[in-house]
Design a protein around this ligand. Structure first.
Ligand code: 9GP
Length: 757
């Protein structure tokens, strides 16, 4: 009798083969829970606490089986009983705890922390509805709450509770844990998610994502990034952030004391990494707890805190460098506001003439990044280029004060999720060709020896084709769209944002549509796929989605074009969909305005799965190009220095580009009769005007080069062998982008935590 059969007998009194799919899913949850129960926690004197507003962890079932080392065995047992493990995984709802790159990086990092045997937990909030679920109606983005908690899942309610004192009330938290299993480790870490028992999903206005933003006890953990376009929304964000960090700080102090800390030596027991500015309030909160609850004097509390907290900056865009009006902070927690004022006085005294490094500005607004940099011990960027821009421009004045505290740690991805789990066919091919060692050390460079090997290249192509078939099935099931699996699969998936320039790819589509209508039919059909969500308050981003969906409809209904070009927008892009897209793609679109994408991590997921990158020299793209060489990527566009100069000197005039003969017809097509017959006039006109008169993220500046290089790429694709060789070299050089390398760097340079072995 197999292990699963025995479990089925115990739990359901039936044989495995007689169970329904949801029952098998529950059985696997139990199996994993049992294994976790037998595993101790990683331990050691000092522990990492990775604080993040988001953790985009994705479904956990197969990833956990893989990390437990029982995936193949379970799959075989299920096969034998007539079940398909992928279908069983459909029973699991994807946890809705993240949004984009920041959240997925956090998920990769906690996987790597555990896989490297380091004691370290993620700390965040248990959002009941996550960001939102995206669907399309009339070619527009619509919203519904993501009811991911409806299904049985990996969350385990603990018996830990903390009191969080707000100005007008005190809330009692509940802590939920998700086990974080390292790859083939016999101990584990946890993702600690705080919640409030009084949260009430019935306050949501019928299926929408609107609710009373002032009813904190009922709304606190409903949504990730609730709409903050008004004062109540901003305050709700502060409530959420303070709730997260107060709980996390109390937890870490409690655990440190349990491990032997006498409080004065707390920094020897815990290190806190904060992701962007959202968890910055942990600094005043630690000071509050150390002084009020543990009797330390203020300056000692400041000193200890400053030795414990490290800050990662994930973007140079102002929208993520949060500032909060002091009166909002006062209305949430007067004690915290008071501590921030004291910290501000210290800085005003030390640097009286430097407005740029102050904590509270002349409008009585607090700058969270200033708190984090002054009262943390480390600040890091997430790629070399991004770190250089921080040092030379965005955070220049801070860098001059603390040059030794700045680090550059290029992001990475976990190969467990993005290669082993996402692409078992390619993983098996790698095992056969270079052996299995890469599963431990992420080193794929041995593959370079096979770049001229016809057999390996042909198998590489077959894997890509099989993944295109899998993507086709997924899109058919997911949204009833069928794609041509013999087409070039060209993908841009990421949050919808003007700086990422989905609108530039839309203009290319307009170009290609006309080119095909003029009789220039591509040798191989092209499928361009988008995926990503636009923030509910970000109107232009929604207009861009609308343009793409309208183009998709126009092209699908035009028989002259539809056999050669297809445009697909994946609804509700998430980790589950990502897996199909990264593995099936021939072309990875990384076309952000140079200087604006701090790193990117999607670029790395495409690369390791053998897609060829079309890139600007932005973020980690630069390091991808360095590794694979100019022949194996396609680079276009203005470089970061020039773009920074254009912003500094306000020297970009969109209209000058718009007036160019090659560009004007493309932009004007947005408001053509053909598109207006399909789309919404207000949205299309607004986008059209914005592109001509503003184009803040300069889509037009690189458009001509972009069109030329895309044509070259499609032409190069015709040489199948040469193309796959480029893909293979990309996979071979991806080892550097393993998050295990990044976590080792964080630990060597910042955390200094002992491996528990
Ligand atoms: O936009 C950056 C992305 O470039 C980076 O890869 C990711 C992880 O470091 O963080 C993103 N930033 C955010 O999502 C918000 O700052």
């Amino acid at each position: 009798m197999t292990q699963l059969d025995t479990l089925a007998q115990d739990k359901f009194n039936r044989d495995l083969a007689d169970l329904e799919q949801p029952e098998v899913y529950k059985l696997l949850l139990d199996l994993i829970a049992k294994k976790v129960d037998q595993m101790p926690l990683f331990s050691g004197k000092k522990k990492i606490y990775y604080f993040s507003a988001e953790f985009l962890i994705g479904k956990l079932l197969s990833n956990n089986l893989l990390n437990l080392g029982i995936y193949d065995q379970v799959k075989a047992e299920l096969d034998q009983a007539g079940f398909n493990i992928e279908e069983i995984e459909d029973e699991e709802n994807e946890p809705s705890l993240g949004n984009g790159g920041l959240g997925r990086l956090a998920a990769c990092f906690i996987d790597s922390i555990a896989s490297l045997g380091l004691p370290g937990d993620g700390v965040g909030l248990n959002y009941h509805f996550g960001l939102f679920q995206q669907y399309f109606e009339d070619n527009q983005q619509q919203y519904r709450p993501d009811t991911w908690l409806d299904q049985e899942n990996f969350l385990k309610k603990s018996d830990k509770h903390f009191q969080v004192p707000f100005k007008d009330f005190t809330l009692t938290s509940s802590l939920y844990d998700i086990a974080v299993l390292g790859y083939q480790q016999d101990k584990h870490n946890r993702l600690r998610l705080f919640d409030l028992d009084t949260v009430d999903s019935s306050i949501i206005e019928d299926g929408s994502i609107s609710f009373d933003k002032t009813d904190i006890e009922k709304n606190l953990t409903l949504f990730l990034y609730p709409d903050d376009s008004d004062a109540d929304g901003e305050k709700l964000r502060i409530y959420q952030q303070y709730f997260m960090v107060s709980n996390g700080a109390q937890l870490l102090i409690q655990e440190a004391i349990e491990r032997g800390s006498n409080i004065h030596d707390l920094a020897d027991y815990a290190v806190v990494q904060i992701n962007d500015t959202h968890p910055t309030l942990i600094i005043p909160e630690l000071i509050r707890l150390l002084t009020t609850d543990h009797g330390l004097d203020f300056m000692e509390a400041v000193k200890i805190t400053s030795q414990m907290v490290a800050f990662t900056n994930h973007t140079i865009l102002a929208e993520a460098l949060e500032t909060w009006p002091m009166n909002y902070l006062e209305s949430v927690s007067p004690e915290i506001a008071d501590i921030i004022r004291k910290l501000d006085s210290i800085i005003k005294e030390s640097y009286p003439n430097q407005a740029s490094v102050q904590i509270i500005d002349e409008n009585d607004t607090a700058h969270m990044a200033s708190i984090a940099i002054h009262f943390g011990f480390s600040t890091n960027g997430v790629s070399q280029l991004h770190t250089d821009i921080l040092k030379q421009s965005t955070l220049k004045d801070f860098y001059e004060l603390y040059p030794d505290e700045f680090h550059g740690l290029t992001n990475g991805i976990t190969f467990r999720r993005w290669l082993m789990d996402a692409n078992p066919e390619l993983s098996a091919l790698l095992d056969r060709v270079i052996g299995e060692e890469w599963r431990q050390d992420s080193d794929l460079s041995e593959l370079m020896n096979y770049q001229e090997d016809d057999q390996v290249l042909s198998e590489f192509s077959q894997v890509k084709h099989a993944n295109k078939e899998a993507l086709a099935h997924f899109l058919q099931d997911h949204q009833g769209v069928s794609i041509n699996t013999d087409s070039i699969v060209d993908v841009q998936v990421k949050r919808i944002h003007e700086y990422k320039r989905q609108q530039m790819l839309a203009l290319y589509i307009i170009h290609k549509y006309h080119d095909i209508k003029a009789g220039n039919k591509p040798e191989t059909p092209i499928t361009i796929i988008f995926g990503g969500k636009a923030a509910p308050a970000y109107t232009i981003a929604q207009d861009i989605i609308h343009l793409i969906l309208s183009l998709s409809e126009l092209i699908a209904n035009d028989p002259e074009v539809s056999d050669y070009l297809q445009v697909v927008f994946v609804e509700n892009y998430n980790v589950t969909a990502a897996r199909y897209l990264f593995t099936a793609a021939d072309i990875s679109e990384q076309i952000s305005l140079a200087s604006k994408e701090a790193s990117g991590t999607g670029n790395m997921k495409f690369m390791v799965n053998g897609a060829v990158t079309l890139m600007t020299l932005d973020g980690a793209n630069v390091e991808i190009a360095d590794r694979v060489g100019q022949d194996n990527v396609y680079i276009f566009g203005k470089e970061a220095q020039e773009i920074v100069r254009l912003y500094d000197e306000e020297d970009y005039v969109a209209r000058d580009y718009y007036e160019q003969a090659a560009i004007k017809p493309l932009v004007d097509f947005i408001v053509s009769d053909e598109l207006l017959a399909i789309g919404n006039s207000e949205r299309l006109n607004r986008l059209h005007q914005d592109m001509i008169n503003k184009d803040y993220f300069m889509a037009l500046i690189d458009l001509e080069e972009f069109i030329a290089i895309k044509e070259k790429m499609y032409a190069d694709y015709q040489d199948e062998k040469a193309w796959r060789k480029k893909g293979l070299i990309n996979t071979a050089q991806a080892g550097f982008f393993s998050s295990d390398r990044v976590i080792n760097e964080y630990n060597d340079q910042i955390w200094h935590v002992q491996v528990d072995d």
